[in-house]
Design a protein around this ligand. Structure first.
Ligand code: G16
Length: 544
């Protein structure tokens, strides 16, 4: 097998963001762009030499091309075994499961998550370490440092591998194993959840569910687990065939983009339970009939009910949430007498806490939740958790959540996104806000008294590493909060996210609309940051 050394020029824009390197497809198609980044991974991670690497993606446009490039470069960079999902597919949580199960040395996941796909859409590449989780900052920064100097890359001269035939192939010294992307993951789910009980729920005939795979990677997983193994009727899974452009849709499981299940879970004919997952299968949205469960509430309900679920019967050790996620789960942790950690946005920050056995469950406001079963957030896992809970409690989604509020109080929550604003304007807005922080504590803003105002900094309790400037927090005496952050996953301009939370203990007020409760706080948030003046935007592009 002939090994080739190709010359290239370093690129200076390959610093991974919140979740890997995300760019437009056309950026990745620039000659040597992907190859350079891959060479930086191989050079900076000597543990891969002679080792096992897992590779798969969400099936979006350029997935197959990228996998052929990875195969050729892996062979030339001394990988001994390459495990690839059949058809080039692996959901992010399934990749994590497979890395752990086969004790691989790392994994490469190709996805731009919930961002749109197709030739004009986005593409992305993430490196996961041997624990199955996203590479921590120390490693992503090291990879970035290598990208600044990489001026050649190694690959082999070979024909493409047929990604659609399961089995083993050899490429020089390297063994390529093309495996079923679903089987190992489905087996893990059957260990965590009471499949027998869930089958009974479906068999009763009174319970109706919809799962929207959004033409993304979870389609095959959901067809197999929900319909084939749990007996949900055919048609339960919609948009279940993965497509390179996600059928022209935006594979983001929120109220705007997953509108079909929102409509079909509304009114007297609405289904009892509906859920959706994103491009790479790590996000989830949970709906009951006429009821949306915020991701922050979903995490809190899971924590409060974990002891009812087969895989968590022994109880949970601790929980964690990202800083902008509502504090609903904190109240559950306090009640249970377990630790609750507040981390920066990015699943990688949960890694050490999970590995160290400090937490069992974790989640984020950005439609992600997970547990120590894999080292990634896991969309279908969350859906199965809820299904199992519905089967145990035999109550509706709305009943379970409102009962939860009755016990713990309600954390009203909303997020405003201002997308594709000018990067410079966004930086200035954040800098000016930072300048004002020292003067805010003690001030009263529209009747809300500021208790603290800071730029969130996190010190990992396991390895002592510190991450600064992780979002501006303004906390009020009445328990409400405003958080400002710039997204680390966009591919065009900057996205300003404003997260708002208000706590309400009074049962009589729990039925109020979120928009009504949050109105005054939203005014405070937009005025304080001078959003209109600094960005030219009168309104957010997305509200979740
Ligand atoms: C990624 C990260 C999450 C993060 C989300 C949003 O999710 O894994 O931890 O909450 O991005 O990040 P940002 O606010 O910086 O855009 P995903 O599903 O996109 O991989």
């Amino acid at each position: 097998m002939k090994s080739i050394l190709s010359s290239s020029q370093p690129f200076n824009d390959q610093r991974p963001g919140t979740s890997g390197l995300r760019k437009k497809v056309r950026d990745f198609q620039v000659p040597h762009y992907l190859e350079n980044f891959l060479q930086a991974i191989f050079d900076s991670q000597p543990v891969l030499r002679g080792g096992t690497l897992v590779v798969g993606g969400d099936g979006r446009y350029y997935n197959r091309d990228a996998i052929q490039i990875i195969i050729r470069m892996a062979a030339a960079n001394g990988i001994s075994t390459l495990i690839v999902g059949l058809g080039g597919l692996l959901s992010t949580p399934a990749a994590s499961c497979i890395i752990r199960k086969y004790q691989a040395n790392g994994g490469i996941i190709l996805s731009a998550s919930h961002n749109p796909g197709g030739p004009e859409g986005d593409f992305g590449i993430k490196y996961n370490t041997a624990n199955g989780g996203p590479a921590p900052e120390a490693i992503t920064e090291l990879i970035y440092a290598y990208t600044r100097t990489v001026d050649c890359y190694r690959s082999v001269d070979s024909d493409s591998i047929n990604l659609d035939i399961a089995g083993e192939h050899r490429l020089g010294e390297m063994c390529i194993k093309l495996i079923d992307p679903v089987a190992d993951y489905a087996e893990l789910m059957s260990e965590l959840f009471d499949f027998k009980l869930i089958r009974k729920l479906f068999a009763g005939g009174n319970f109706r569910m919809l799962f929207d795979a959004m033409h993304a990677v979870t389609g095959p997983y959901a067809h197999q687990i929900l319909e084939a193994q749990l007996g949900a009727p055919a048609g339960t899974v919609i948009n279940g065939k993965p497509k390179e452009d996600f059928g022209g849709g935006h594979p983001d499981p929120n109220l705007v983009h997953a509108h079909e299940i929102v409509a079909r879970s509304t009114g007297v004919d609405g289904v009892d339970f509906a859920a959706a997952s994103d491009g790479d299968g790590d996000r989830n949205m949970i709906l009951g009939r006429d009821f949306f469960v915020t991701p922050s509430d979903s995490l809190a309900v899971m924590a409060a009910n974990a002891h009812l679920i087969k895989g968590y019967r022994e109880g949970i050790r601790g929980v964690a949430r990202s800083m902008p996620t509502s504090q609903a789960v904190d109240r559950v942790a306090e009640h249970l007498g377990i630790s609750c950690y507040e981390t920066p946005t990015g699943w990688k920050f949960f890694g050490n806490l999970l590995d160290d056995g400090r937490i069992t469950l974790c989640g984020e406001e950005s439609f992600g939740s997970g547990s120590d079963h894999v080292q990634e957030k896991d969309g279908l896992w969350a859906v199965l958790f809820w299904l199992n809970l519905l089967a145990v409690r035999r109550q509706s989604v709305a009943e379970i959540v409102t009962e939860h509020w009755r016990t713990y109080g309600r954390n009203f929550y909303t997020r405003y996104d201002y997308e594709e604003i000018e990067s410079e304007a966004a930086e200035i807005l954040m800098d000016r806000l930072r300048d004002r922080l020292p003067n805010l504590p003690g001030k009263s803003l529209r009747g809300h008294k500021v208790e603290y105002a800071d730029d969130f900094s996190y010190t990992d309790p396991v390895d002592g590493s510190t991450s600064e400037k992780q979002g501006i927090r303004i906390g009020f005496k009445d328990g409400s909060r405003i958080v400002y952050r710039l997204s680390g996953t966009g591919t065009q301009g900057a996205t300003l996210r404003v997260y708002l939370e208000a706590y309400e203990a009074d049962l009589a007020k729990h039925k109020k609309e979120t928009a009504e409760v949050m109105g005054p706080l939203i005014k405070v948030a937009t005025k304080l940051a001078k959003i209109k003046a600094r960005t030219g935007r009168r309104a957010p592009t997305v509200i979740t």
